[in-house]
Design a protein around this ligand. Structure first.
Ligand SMILES: [Zn+2]
Ligand SMILES: [Zn+2]
Length: 332
């Protein structure tokens, strides 16, 4: 099978590798499409990331099932849940694999086939094309779960920091829930995408009057803020731009941030939260939200590339070239 190997800084090689062995309780999936995720940037820049086959936003068709698998059969359309749990604890039983103490990531979406546990597959409805299907987990699922967790609701102001792929889908989700959305990103072309996706207000967070503008528009600050940037300065602004008793949720990964509990949180009754990936139940809730509101994560896709051109996809995505927002790799 054909697979894209990350071999070093800005170097990907397409290689032929043997089909993985199909173990009991596992399923062989023929990959049709895979998204390039912002968290994959390190692989391309090779900032300490492991060489090998990657890709964790995959969907495709069941090719074969291992011993003991009864819930899937050849030909089923599926999306691949990227976090694997032990399968036995109370969290795994509830489909909350990210809470499992033995959780680990599963990759392999940048290849023609992958194997994963049967419990890590979710059904992809027939009417959803694969290029859209691969966006239903991380790309849409992560911001949608975060929006629900932070309590986004109609006729409240939400400040979205960062208008990359996750922020762009956060905008659509917040609009689907009826909120008013302010989007902040220093890059003009990303703000253009944000406007196209329904943002009510777009702002450059590096401008000196950013906080005053947000407070004026919202009459005192956003009710909720979602940081989708992982940038310390943006996170600080998100906290500062949130009104008293508001909530801030961190979605973008960041290793450290200096805050003043007294000034930033206590004196203003601010709730600070985090959210990672999604649970199985979120997937079905998001499908329902799409059906009800017309929300479409494919609206964020600016580039489609074949697996052979994965390197070009990364170059455009990581280099912010050609007004790139989201890249989907057409594998099958
Ligand atoms: Zn991801
Ligand atoms: Zn578990």
């Amino acid at each position: 099978l054909k697979a894209a190997f990350f071999v070093g800084k800005e170097r990907i090689e397409i290689r032929d590798v043997p089909l993985p062995e199909l173990e009991p309780d596992k399923v062989l999936v023929k990959i049709m499409a895979s998204g390039i995720c912002g968290s994959d940037k390190g692989l391309w820049m090779n900032e300490g990331e492991k060489p090998g086959i990657h890709g964790h936003e995959a969907c495709g068709v069941v090719e074969a099932v291992g011993e003991g698998v009864t819930q899937w059969k050849k030909g089923d359309r599926v999306v691949v849940f990227a976090v694997v749990g032990c399968g036995r604890c109370s969290y795994c039983t509830a489909g909350q694999f990210t809470y499992c103490s033995q959780r680990r990531g599963t990759e392999g979406g940048y290849a023609e086939y992958l194997t994963t546990f049967a419990r890590n597959l979710l059904p992809l409805p027939d009417e959803i094309p694969f290029e859209r299907g691969c966006l239903l987990l991380d790309a849409l699922g992560t911001p949608a779960k975060a929006a629900r967790r932070v309590g986004v609701q109609a006729e409240e102001w939400v400040l979205v920091m960062g208008s990359g792929p996750i922020g762009a889908n956060a905008i659509q989700v917040c609009k689907a829930y009826g909120a008013w959305v302010i989007v902040a990103d220093p890059e003009g072309y990303r703000l253009k995408h944000a406007e196209r996706l329904g943002a009510d207000v777009t702002l450059d967070p590096t401008s000196s009057d950013f906080l005053k503008t947000v407070r004026d528009i919202t009459r005192g600050g956003a009710h909720k803020a979602m940081d989708c940037s992982g940038n310390s300065a943006a996170e600080k602004l998100a906290i500062a731009a949130t009104r008293v008793a508001g909530r801030v949720i961190f979605v973008g990964e960041n290793r450290s941030l200096e805050i003043s509990p007294s000034e930033d949180l206590i004196r203003r009754d601010i709730t600070l939260m985090g959210s990672w990936y999604l649970h199985r139940s979120d997937y079905f809730e998001n499908l329902d939200l799409m059906r009800r509101t017309g929300l479409d994560p494919f609206q964020t896709v600016t580039h489609l590339v074949p697996l052979d051109d994965l390197a070009r996809g990364f170059e455009v995505f990581c280099g912010h070239k050609e007004e790139c927002l989201k890249v989907v790799v057409q594998v099958g």
